[in-house]
Structures are given as structure tokens and as C-alpha cells.
Write a protein that binds this ligand. Structure first.
Ligand SMILES: NC(=O)c1ccc[n+]([C@@H]2O[C@H](COP(=O)([O-])OP(=O)(O)OC[C@H]3O[C@@H](n4cnc5c(N)ncnc54)[C@H](O)[C@@H]3O)[C@@H](O)[C@H]2O)c1
Ligand SMILES: O=C(O)[C@H](O)COP(=O)(O)O
Length: 598
């Protein structure tokens, strides 16, 4: 990563040693949006992705969404409800959209992200499953993916139970028979559920609700989920067992895991062969977790007595699908989430998530970024700002020709290590490090990816302090190794550029530069001066700035010893002119200085 292209570095000759300053390119270019709003009162929420309030974003709703959700979106954005778009039409439209909302019927492929040319900032999945969204491509394009993970849980669980009971009592087949004018009471004798073993595969939100309801029907419920907590299962009277034990002992198997590389075709010829003869299968998860051809074979072989399917590998399945046409199979057209209540809930949940994300709030339902619970976020907010600003300062201290490759971040906290999630802080430091020197748009979603792509290695260290863990962090330190600095005093005794900051009264402060203690609030911009400590320096610098009507927000001097070298940190609200900066550099006692834009 070369720290040069976007800065103007001037080096006027002075009698007092090296003088240099850096001019930062406009932030709006880094964000790739127009009218970026940087002005922020300290009480305003910290924004992560900032879109101008006067440029209304455009949201494409590509599948039917509950009215309440659409109305919420319309309060904030231009909403384009265009359903049944072809892949080409979606790719064409997407370059004009800031957000896209889909259900399970739209493939949000890599081409969609590429076609958006960076404009698409959020994909909202109005439901749970995100297997129709190319998450890797979204992350690489810095596009946040949010879903609505809770609003349809009960609906899906109820549909699972509906299929379970309907299958056991041949409801669908018997109904069709009666409508065909028949009265086949002997043909449609069913099986009872009470006392039977149900294996719930995937003990997440839907799976656990199915388990709870099945217990109410008098079933013996076991579950398999490699990631579920045994005590959560035990609490509702469910035993967690291995995959093989689950499928071998079940009379009924209900699938509730996501479709992933590991779960794809998890029910196949081999696994069907291990099941009890006459097992009955319910699938309201994803069609792809079953090898559908193997299921037909297992039904034909009498291993599987019946299957009740809401989801299919291809949706809709082929009209002549052997599976769907099998008389021992009942099928519904992906109706798990389709209740009035669930759809209203999902629509509101996704509309709020998408609008929040477009406003720059951190999403609680982010799929490709760490979820930060609101409470944690509130607590971390000033540290998030501190982290970005330290990154921004540190990289501006690097001399133009040096390449930033290794950054070490140290967090000092009295909290236990697992009580402080630093992913958000690391992402913001990365953003601060990369954005001033590139055209990259860095956010919580793509921070790690962008750093890796640029060969930037960020290591983190935790220092556990004694004392009260009331505040999450005592200080953050950012060190850049193996570089030269525009401001030699920023190099610590161990040879790295080092900046350190703390939060004081909710405001981020720079508290150390190199080996010098300073104290300046990280607002506006900063001038760092190394000088010979002597009376009148603050006055001299203050007068130069005052003559240009530059407001000084903070000044602090950190020195080795009286009358020896000192570093003066001056916070300014406005950008001083080159002439004023040159005049500061020409003050005889000033040995070096740097102007840093936050
Ligand atoms: N048919 C519908 O309309 C409908 C509605 C809602 C949800 N769903 C689908 O149901 C599934 C579950 O949804 P959820 O909200 O309960 O999700 P969830 O994330 O809460 O639960 C999924 C569970 O599966 C577990 N799991 C992951 N890999 C596993 C594996 N190899 N073996 C066993 N368990 C594994 C996870 O640990 C997790 O506990 C998803 O596929 C979702 O898309 C379908
Ligand atoms: O994953 C889900 O939420 C369900 O499969 C529902 O999908 P749908 O929104 O397309 O009904």
C-alpha cells in the first residue's frame, strides 16, 4: 500500500529543520457519494455509511413485500416495486439503486453487484435464508446484507407442524380424492404422532419452535445440531444427538438447517440407507438439503414412507417432477413464511433494517458483518470514533514513500477479553488507515477483505488492566511498523509510528504521539509541532492562526523536560492556509510540524 497518491506534501525550506504538511483529499471522494455530510454534533449518532439527506436513496423492491414495509421505505426513499425481473433486467436496474429488497425468489448474483458499479449499499432479504444472495460478492463490494431473521419463525414452524400432521393423516391426498368424488376411508388410514420419535435436524429458531410444538403433540423429540447448546435443548425436553443417531432412530425427520456447502444434499442415498424403514420426512428448510433423486429412490425402496415438502432445489419444480408427482409426497409452494402476520412482520423488519443501514446505522441483522447489539453499540460509540481517527492520523503521519503493511493495534481494558468485541473497532481503524490514501470505500462489511487485498496486516493485542471494568476501554494504540514518518517525533522508542487515544467525557482524545504525551480532542483537524520548550510558543502559533480567523479548539504541550523538546498539539476547527502553516514552520523554535486532517 503506497501512502502517496492522494496527498499533497509540501516541504518549504526553513531555518529550523524539516517542515512538512499533508493535505487530505476530499472525503466525499472516498465515500463515492455526493454531498457527503461531515458536520456532526457530538450527540448525533455516529454514522457508518453516510448518504446525503438531500439525495433521496432509491430502493428496488424486487419481490412482493407487505404494505406496511413498503410504506416505511417510502417515508425515506424513492421506492421502485418491480417484480418478476429477469436477471438481465435486475442487472440493468441495479446501477440506479442504493438498496435492493428480495425474498427467496430472486438470485442476487455476483453480476448484480458488479452491475451496480458500487452504488448498491444494502441488500435486504425479507426473510431468513440468504442462500440466494452471493455473500462473498456482496462483501467484496462493500455491500451490507441484512435479513429479517425472526418475523417468520413461528409461521415456518407452524407450517412444519401443518405438513407433519397433514402427511401423517393423508389430508392432502384424501382431500383430492373427495373432490374427485371418491370416498376412500380404508385407503387413507394414517399413522399417529403420539409417542413417535421426531428428529429435528437444525435446532435453531424454527427447529426449536417445531420441537416445542411437537412435544405438545406427545412426540418424543430429539435433535441434531452441531452448534446448538445442549442446555437450551434440555430446557424444552429435547435431547441433542449425533447425526447418525438422529436419522437412525427417528420415525419422523424434520429439516431446519440452512443450505450451506456442508448441508447440501445431506439426505442422500447413503443417509437414507441408515434410516428406519417407513420414516417420514418434512422439509420446510431448503430443497437443496435433500438429494431429490435419492429421495425418490428411497420412497420407491420403501425406506421413506412419505415426504412433505415446502421447498425444492429448483423453485418451482418441473411440472413432471417425479418427486412432486409421487403419491406419497405432499407439496406446498414455499409457503412456510406465508402468513398474513409473518409477511407484515417481515416487511417491517426488513424495511427498518434497510433504512437503518442506508442511514449509516449499524445493522442488528447484518449477515456479512458483525452484528452489534444496540446496547454494546451505544457503549462503544465514542471508541468507534476514536478508532477511526487514530487510524486516519497514523496513516497521515507516514512519509509518502513508505508502504504501510504492518499495523499493530493495542486495546487496554479492565474488561475480560471475551467481554469486548473489537471487530467493529478494528474495522474502523482499517477504514481510517485506508480511506485517506485510496479511493476505497471501507465499512464494517469489507474492512477485513479490503485490508487483506491491500496486503495490510492488522494484528491486535489486548492489555488487561486492573481496576473497574465500567468503561469498555481505557485506551487504543495504533502502531505502524517499518515506515518513515513525516513527523519524526511520531516514531516511538521502538521505531514505529505510534498514536494513542482515550475517550474523555464521551469525546475521543489523542493522548500520545510517539513518546510524547499530548491531550487534544479529536475534532476538526490537528497541527502537531515539535519545538524547543520555551515561553510564548502557544501565543505565537495562536496569533498566526487567529490572524486567519482559525478557531483553536484545543492546545496541549507534552515535553520531555522543561526547556527541552516538546510536542504541541493544536486542534483547529478550520483548515489553515498554506501561508499560515508556513509561518508556523518558520517560528525559530519549531523543529518540525505536520497538519493532519481528521
Ligand atoms: N419454508 C420457508 O418458508 C422457511 C421459512 C423460514 C425459514 N426457512 C428456512 O429454515 C431454515 C432454518 O431457519 P431458522 O430461522 O431456524 O435458522 P437458524 O439459523 O435460527 O437455525 C438454523 C440452525 O441450523 C443449524 N445447523 C447449521 N448447520 C447444521 C448442520 N450441518 N446440521 C444440523 N444443524 C445445522 C444451526 O446451528 C442453527 O441452529 C433456513 O434454511 C431457512 O431458510 C424456511
Ligand atoms: O428463508 C425464509 O425466510 C423462507 O424461506 C421464506 O422465504 P420467502 O420470503 O421467499 O417466502
Amino acid at each position: 500500500m503506497a501512502a502517496s497518491a492522494s496527498w499533497t506534501s509540501l516541504k518549504p525550506s526553513t531555518s529550523s529543520g524539516q517542515v512538512s504538511w499533508l493535505r487530505h483529499r476530499p472525503l466525499s471522494a472516498a465515500f463515492g457519494v455526493t454531498n457527503l455530510s461531515l458536520g456532526r454534533h457530538r450527540d448525533q449518532p455516529r454514522r457508518f455509511i453516510v448518504l446525503s439527506m438531500d439525495a433521496k436513496p432509491t430502493i428496488l423492491v424486487a419481490e412482493k413485500l407487505g404494505e406496511a414495509g413498503v410504506n416505511l421505505l417510502k417515508e425515506f426513499a424513492n421506492v421502485d416495486c418491480s417484480y418478476n425481473l429477469s436477471a438481465e433486467e435486475l442487472c440493468t436496474k441495479i446501477s440506479l439503486c442504493d438498496a435492493l429488497i428480495v425474498r427467496s425468489g430472486t438470485k442476487v448474483s455476483r453480476e448484480v453487484f458488479e452491475s451496480s458499479a458500487g452504488r448498491l449499499k444494502v441488500v435486504g432479504r425479507a426473510g431468513v435464508g440468504i442462500d440466494n444472495v452471493d455473500l462473498a460478492a456482496a462483501t467484496e463490494h462493500g455491500c451490507l446484507v441484512v435479513n429479517a431473521p425472526t418475523a417468520n419463525t413461528v409461521a415456518a414452524a407452524e407450517h412444519g407442524i401443518a405438513l407433519l400432521t397433514a402427511m401423517a393423516r393423508n389430508v392432502a391426498q384424501a382431500d383430492a380424492s373427495v373432490k374427485a368424488g371418491k370416498w376412500q376411508r380404508n385407503k387413507y388410514v394414517g399413522v399417529s404422532l403420539v409417542g413417535k420419535t421426531l428428529a429435528v435436524m437444525g435446532f435453531g429458531k424454527v427447529g426449536s419452535e417445531v420441537a416445542r410444538r411437537a412435544k405438545g403433540l406427545g412426540m418424543h423429540v430429539i435433535a441434531h445440531d452441531p452448534y446448538a447448546a445442549a442446555d437450551r435443548a434440555r430446557a424444552i425436553g429435547v435431547e441433542l444427538v449425533s447425526f447418525d443417531e438422529a436419522i437412525a432412530s427417528a420415525d419422523f425427520i424434520s429439516l431446519h438447517m440452512p443450505l450451506t456447502a456442508a448441508t447440501s444434499k445431506i439426505l442422500n442415498d447413503d443417509t437414507f440407507a441408515k434410516m428406519k424403514k417407513g420414516v417420514r420426512i418434512v422439509n420446510v428448510a431448503r430443497g437443496g438439503v435433500i438429494d431429490e433423486e435419492a429421495l425418490v429412490r428411497a420412497i420407491d425402496a420403501g425406506i421413506v414412507a412419505q415426504a412433505a415438502l415446502d421447498v425444492f432445489t429448483e423453485e418451482p419444480p418441473a411440472k413432471d417432477s417425479k418427486l412432486v408427482q409421487n403419491e406419497n409426497v405432499i407439496a406446498t409452494p414455499h409457503l412456510g413464511a406465508s402468513t398474513m402476520e409473518a409477511q407484515e412482520g417481515v416487511a417491517i423488519e426488513i424495511a427498518e433494517a434497510v433504512v437503518g443501514a442506508l442511514k449509516g446505522e449499524l445493522a442488528a441483522t447484518a449477515v456479512n458483518a458483525p452484528m452489534v447489539p444496540a446496547q454494546v453499540l451505544t457503549e462503544l460509540k465514542p471508541y468507534v470514533a476514536l478508532a477511526e481517527k487514530l487510524g486516519r492520523l497514523a496513516v497521515q503521519l507516514v512519509a509518502g514513500i513508505s508502504g504501510v503493511k504492518t499495523v499493530k493495534v493495542t486495546y487496554a481494558s479492565a474488561r475480560a477479553p471475551d467481554d469486548l468485541d473489537t471487530r467493529l473497532l478494528r474495522a474502523m481503524i482499517t477504514k481510517g488507515l485506508i480511506e485517506p490514501i485510496s479511493s476505497a470505500f471501507v465499512n464494517l462489511v469489507n474492512a477485513d477483505f479490503t485490508a487483506k487485498q491491500r496486503g495490510l496486516r492488522i494484528t491486535e493485542e489486548r492489555v488487561t488492566l486492573d481496576g473497574s471494568p465500567e468503561s469498555p476501554l481505557e485506551l487504543i494504540q495504533v502502531q505502524i511498523a517499518n515506515v518513515e514518518s513525516k513527523f519524526a517525533s511520531a516514531i516511538s522508542d521502538s521505531g514505529e509510528i505510534k498514536v494513542e487515544g482515550r475517550v474523555k467525557d464521551g469525546i475521543p482524545h489523542l493522548t500520545k504521539v510517539g513518546s510524547f504525551e499530548v491531550d487534544v480532542s479529536l475534532e476538526g483537524s490537528i497541527i502537531l509541532c515539535r519545538q524547543v520548550d520555551q515561553p510564548g510558543m502557544i501565543g505565537k502559533v495562536g496569533r498566526i492562526l487567529g490572524e486567519e480567523n482559525i478557531n483553536v479548539s484545543f492546545m496541549s504541550v507534552g515535553r520531555i523536560a522543561p526547556r527541552k523538546q516538546a510536542v504541541m498539539a493544536i486542534g483547529v476547527d478550520e483548515e489553515p492556509s498554506k501561508q499560515s502553516l508556513m509561518r508556523i514552520g518558520e517560528i525559530p523554535a519549531v523543529e518540525e510540524f505536520v497538519y493532519l486532517k481528521l
